[in-house]
Design a protein around this ligand. Structure first.
Ligand SMILES: *Cc1c(COP(=O)(O)O)cnc(C)c1O
Length: 372
């Protein structure tokens, strides 16, 4: 069986280094906010090209804390509208409602799955204060256009970079486009910890300082509290493990790109629509970190069954759009035809930096031999 993503196989590659890092933390006697966190934050900020990186407990907290910090700064107020793609993973929207802000869902571009600039423009009202741009499936949202719209309308831009570590446009990476960005290091993400972890990146000194305090009980200085904060910290153990894996992120991303191109050039089945063409320019290829390789088909159940019968595990990202979730019952009157169609059509193929050529070939043959 070809697994969807074999985390045991991925982490086994770094086993010796991970054990050495974990041992270093165990023996240090220091487990929260120490040298390992500092070192990882510096390396990840350097990787993204940003001035600051603030480690937090997970990706959802990273997004929540940025919006919360903007509220503390008076840049956002309860009830303000935040534009967000309707087809995102629900965490992006949870971060907005957790802060008592109002998500304004907009349709994506069906070819890239990412938020569509024309639809952003159409959704802007007097109450719009920010755009939450999600780099879905690993591909950067059209950031040059989004930044232009935001500066025209004086809007804040928050990137949800949870799926897009290392994706770049014009040499500028995910996490370094908006006023701030949230990253997840959930084990299955492109840079995955061995537990929960996340980070905020930003070039804004004041924002960085407030987020740091908010994630540590609102404390900027031991036993002094400026805000009614929360406890959301990256711990020394995860930071040490992440520092090991960060060194190999570029190499892993390049391998993901190779597999994506292999899929795009060899999958030939009229029942399947590919997310990229086989002849991507280097720039187009670099804009995508291929967290997921998502195809579309009108015969999804049959294709998924055929793949399973051929020994290939596939997954659906995501089966139910946020506005149809029970958690957001009050949005269920809304209709988003593109989003709803995507949720019926999408299917994610296995893509992992340590997939063998043989497995890549078997996925391709399994799709090509599908005929309903
Ligand atoms: C994974 C993910 C998150 C949340 O990250 P966690 O670390 O699981 O909290 C947020 N947004 C998107 C798009 C994600 O894929």
């Amino acid at each position: 069986m070809i697994p969807f993503l074999d985390l045991k196989q991925i982490n086994a590659v770094y086993r010796q280094e991970l054990i050495a890092a974990a041992t270093r933390v165990i023996d240090s006697g220091w487990y929260i906010h120490g040298e390992e966190v500092k070192k990882f934050e510096q390396s990840f900020a350097d990787y993204c090209g940003t001035k600051h990186c603030i480690g937090v407990a997970n990706g959802l907290d990273a997004l929540i804390l940025v919006l919360r910090a903007w509220k503390e700064l008076g840049k956002l107020n309860e009830g303000d509208e935040i534009i967000v793609p309707a087809n995102t993973y629900i965490a992006s929207i949870l971060a907005i409602t957790e802060n008592k802000l109002k998500p304004v869902l907009v349709e994506p571009d069906p070819l890239t799955f990412n938020i569509c600039p024309a639809n952003i423009r159409a959704a802007i009202s007097n109450n719009t204060k920010a755009i939450l741009a999600v780099h879905l499936y690993g591909q950067l949202a059209p950031m040059p256009e989004i930044i232009a719209i935001a500066s025209e309308h004086n809007l804040l831009v928050l990137e949800d970079s949870a799926q897009s570590h290392g994706a770049e446009i014009e040499g500028r990476k995910a996490g370094n486009w908006g006023h701030a960005s949230g990253f997840s290091f959930y084990p299955g993400k492109n840079l995955g910890a061995l537990g929960d972890a996340g980070a905020v990146t930003t070039n804004d000194d004041e924002l960085a300082q407030i987020i740091r305090a908010l994630g540590n009980y609102g404390s900027h200085k031991k036993y002094e509290n400026l805000y009614q904060g929360v406890n959301s910290r990256l711990d020394e153990m995860q930071a040490a493990l992440l520092s090991v894996k960060l060194k190999y992120l570029h190499k892993e991303t390049q391998r993901r790109r190779e597999i994506a191109i292999a899929y795009a050039s060899a999958i030939k089945n009229p029942l399947v629509q590919l997310p990229i063409s086989a002849k991507l320019t280097i720039e187009e290829l670099c804009s995508h970190a291929f967290h997921l390789f998502v195809i579309r088909t009108k015969n999804r159940d049959e294709l998924q069954k055929h793949l399973m019968d051929s020994g290939v595990v596939s997954m659906i990202h995501y089966p139910i759009p946020p506005h149809f979730q029970k958690a957001y019952l009050s949005y269920s009157y809304l209709t988003f035809p593109i989003t709803e169609e995507l949720h019926r059509d999408v299917l994610s193929l296995p893509i992992s930096p340590y997939m063998s050529e043989n497995h890549v070939g078997r996925v391709i043959s399994a799709i090509n031999s599908f005929n309903q």
